[in-house]
Design a protein around this ligand. Structure first.
Ligand SMILES: [Zn+2]
Ligand SMILES: [Zn+2]
Ligand SMILES: [Zn+2]
Ligand SMILES: [Zn+2]
Length: 451
């Protein structure tokens, strides 16, 4: 097994870009990928957690995560820090009103909300002295600021983001999405300079099919010329088109959105994107057996870590899957999102059943039929009894997953979250379920009363 090892610093970066250019799509690269599955500097806890899971080839799906022993409901099976994290906000300056409102005050390093009860406290917040738009670059504490200077907000990042903000073709003419992609590329090239090993890890992730629609090609060309125009450190040449394309594909396939807290009155938006190398091995299933939790504003340490917990018990050897979006989406929307964002169609057990529904029921007006389907699902999660559910859905032969919705869907209006038990204590399993979106805690007794 071969590892690509390079020294830190400028020299390393030049070499890295050159070497990557030559091997990115070669046979050797494929072998290389296996060698860099896990970051060398993995924390102890991360390594310990991986004893529960094995990366394996899954028929028809590529690589996936398999339980290497039986796993218990609520058990934490993975906890990991991101190798890369970047803001989900476009680069153009927000309107003055929005900029001064609370919703834009995040730490630019750890993305904690700086106002409100969980905020880092306004008095210790530090503003980057070099950024032209201080609202965009504020740190929750002197500690976060000094960490950022050596990692996420190096002088090069600071300079590059300033440069991009003053680039009219980007901030005035391009879609918000393009501006966020530019942020990602700055973060990724910065990673190559500050942590070549983490950059390798990023490159080792699955990028799926190359992005090749007309729109993708135009975006890659535009972004590559934009990044090439940045003031690159002396001696560093501009990144190749291939490298930019590969990075964008990996980001699209693997980035997890760190979401704003749930609020009943507005749609939940993404605050930051993060890449977790091990978590990115989880495949999708429309009825997942594990789900992710994050505690961006509440965790004391490692608030950007991802935590994956088991929803229910599974035996050894079973594949562990997450749902890449809320479980209550209808069949067509799920298939569309998987195709658009990840390039595959889902063949999970639930989809096999629901594919027949849509053939039968919504040939004429799929949109309308889907809405009804969603309503039914929301209705169930709001606590209809099982008998009623079966009548509505034509018996459980047609709906083997009714149990999932009754047991593991949050019943708060518009939440769409999934419930997993709190981690089991030494004395046995937990009987309190936690919603991974709104954080609502629900006891087993409460669940029994409802069903
Ligand atoms: Zn911070
Ligand atoms: Zn700055
Ligand atoms: Zn599916
Ligand atoms: Zn919820």
């Amino acid at each position: 097994m071969k590892f690509l090892r390079l020294k830190h610093g400028k020299e390393g970066f030049i070499k890295l870009v050159e070497v990557l250019f030559s091997i990115l799509f070669s046979e050797e690269y494929i072998q290389c990928k296996v060698g860099v599955l896990f970051p060398m500097e993995a924390e102890e806890s991360r390594v310990a957690m991986l004893t529960l899971l094995t990366v394996a080839d899954i028929e028809g799906k590529g690589r996936g995560m398999v339980a290497s022993q039986s796993l218990q409901a609520g058990q934490i099976i993975l906890q990991e820090s991101p190798v890369l994290i970047y803001s989900a906000f476009p680069l153009k300056q927000p309107p003055l009103q929005a900029a001064t409102s609370s919703s834009f005050q995040y730490c630019a390093h750890c993305f904690r909300n700086l106002v409100g009860e969980n905020g880092g406290g306004g008095s210790v917040a530090v503003t980057c002295p070099s950024c032209s738009h201080p609202h965009d670059t504020i740190f929750c504490s002197p500690k976060c600021h000094s960490l950022a200077l050596a990692s996420t907000h190096t002088p090069w990042v600071c300079q590059s983001l300033n440069h991009l903000r003053n680039c009219p073709s980007l901030v005035a003419d391009q879609a918000d999405e393009r501006q966020v992609q530019a942020r990602f590329l700055v973060a990724a090239y910065n990673l190559a300079m500050v942590s070549p090993s983490n950059f390798q890890t990023l490159l080792s992730l699955d990028g799926g099919m190359p992005l090749n629609s007309e729109e993708d090609t135009a975006a890659i060309l535009y972004l590559n010329s934009l990044i090439s125009g940045l003031p690159l450190p002396e001696g560093i040449s501009a990144p190749s088109l291939q490298l930019t394309a590969a990075l964008l594909a990996k980001d699209k396939r693997n980035a997890f959105g760190l979401m704003e807290p749930f609020s009943q009155n507005r749609e939940r938006s993404v605050r930051a994107y993060a890449i977790y190398p091990n978590a990115s091995f989880f495949n999708h299933d429309c009825l997942p057996n594990a789900c992710r939790f994050d505690y961006l504003d509440t965790a004391i340490d490692g608030n950007t870590d991802i935590t994956v917990r088991m929803i229910h018990n599974v035996p050894q050897g079973r594949e562990i899957c997450l749902s890449y979006f809320p479980v209550n989406l209808g069949y067509s929307e799920r298939q569309q999102r998987l195709l658009d964002d990840y390039g595959f169609g889902c063949l999970c057990d639930r989809c096999k059943v629901e594919a027949n529904w849509s053939n039968k029921d919504d040939d004429d007006d799929e949109g309308e039929a889907m809405e009804e389907e969603d309503d039914e699902e929301m209705g169930m999660s709001a606590g209809l009894d099982e008998e009623e559910t079966e009548i509505e859905l034509g018996g459980d032969d047609n709906f083997p997953h009714a149990y999932f919705f009754l047991s593991y869907m949050c019943d708060r209006n518009d939440c769409g979250g999934t419930l997993a038990p709190l981690p089991p204590s030494c004395s046995g399993g937990s009987n309190v379920m936690e919603c991974n979106v709104c954080g609502h805690l629900k006891s087993e007794e409460e669940m029994k009363c409802e069903s």
